[in-house]
Design a protein around this ligand. Structure first.
Ligand SMILES: NC(=O)c1ccc[n+]([C@@H]2O[C@H](COP(=O)([O-])OP(=O)(O)OC[C@H]3O[C@@H](n4cnc5c(N)ncnc54)[C@H](OP(=O)(O)O)[C@@H]3O)[C@@H](O)[C@H]2O)c1
Length: 279
């Protein structure tokens, strides 16, 4: 279990959405941070708001889809802060749409940002975590990493990959007897900020009431809990989702029937239709 006080972290996807709330929660716990995302202006705005916590907070504009920029980010963070104990892979992209119409480049980009980048950053930081016998990798996945999400094949595949990667890495670290560890955070629809909130505001789509929403603050609390209690996976949402996912593992057909009854894919279907119509 990583003691967050005076830890040093890299947080990706820190410029907007859920990222700034994760950054605030970490800085409030005494973590020094390197914030990464493509938008320099967005990062600077977040950095300025974190000053009140009195921690060292640096920014580096980074496209996590570019391998050399990941190497530059790790080198920058280690040179400026010292050994990095915490990696929070939060940057992610999603676009609900019909798979048959997606550009091949777009499919590759989903995998590069949502899966390859977390895997490469982890690979770059793991040797120093193992040497120090201290560290934690937190991967912000999704419930789309645990069950099917319609009209979201690349996102769903990347998040399933991220959950699988986290499980394997965690198992390896436990088998090593290392104190370093890894956790996956799996939020459902997040209200108030982030990618669901953006489409909610833009298109008026609403999460099915049976599935509900959670706040960015709840995602941040789940991240802290995962680190401080070394939890393998945290689902951040109502109990209904947990039951549906468990049912899906044991009885996939029954789960499909229930999803249809609940109209749980309504948001995805509406978004895919809107995008197809070019709205
Ligand atoms: N919001 C939800 O309902 C929800 C639910 C489940 C899981 N999640 C997961 O939570 C994480 C954060 O999502 P969010 O809702 O905060 O999304 P968001 O509002 O769209 O923000 C995405 C963040 O990722 C960064 N990013 C995107 N592409 C990047 C790239 N190529 N290189 C570097 N940074 C990049 C963005 O910054 P720049 O544009 O400045 O690069 C931004 O900071 C994602 O992994 C997402 O899958 C979200």
């Amino acid at each position: 279990m990583l003691d967050l006080t005076k830890s040093r972290a890299i947080l990706t996807g820190a410029s907007r959405g859920i990222g700034p709330v994760l950054a605030d929660a970490l800085a409030a716990r005494g973590v020094d941070l390197v914030l990464a995302a493509r938008s320099e202006a967005g990062l600077e705005e977040v950095r300025a708001k974190l000053e009140r916590h009195g921690r060292r907070v640096l920014t580096l504009a980074t496209d996590v889809g570019q391998r050399e920029q990941l190497e530059r980010l790790v080198e920058f963070a280690q040179r400026k802060l010292g050994p990095i104990d915490l990696l929070v892979n939060n940057a992610g992209i999603e676009q609900t749409s019909y798979y048959e119409g997606l550009e091949l480049d777009a499919i590759e980009q989903f995998i590069a940002v949502n899966l390859t980048a977390p895997m490469l950053l982890t690979r770059l930081l793991l040797p120093s975590m193992l040497a120090a016998n201290r560290g934690h990798v937190v991967n912000i996945a999704s419930i789309a990493g645990l069950g099917p999400a319609a009209f979201n094949e690349p996102y769903c595949a990347s998040k399933h990959g991220l959950v699988g990667f986290t499980r394997s890495l965690r198992a390896s670290l436990k088998a090593h007897g290392s104190a370093a560890s890894a956790s996956a955070i799996c939020p459902g629809f997040v209200s108030d900020a982030g990618m669901y909130q953006d489409v909610h505001v833009r298109y008026g789509v609403v999460a099915p009431p049976q599935l509900g929403t959670c706040t960015p603050g709840a995602v941040a609390q789940a991240m802290l809990r995962a680190i401080e209690r070394d939890e393998p996976e945290v689902i951040v949402n109502g109990k209904a989702i947990r039951h549906l996912l468990t049912l899906g593992m044991a009885f996939p057909r029954l789960s499909e029937w229930l999803v249809k009854r609940l109209d749980a894919n309504r948001v995805s279907r509406e978004l895919a239709e809107l995008r197809e119509a070019g709205v």
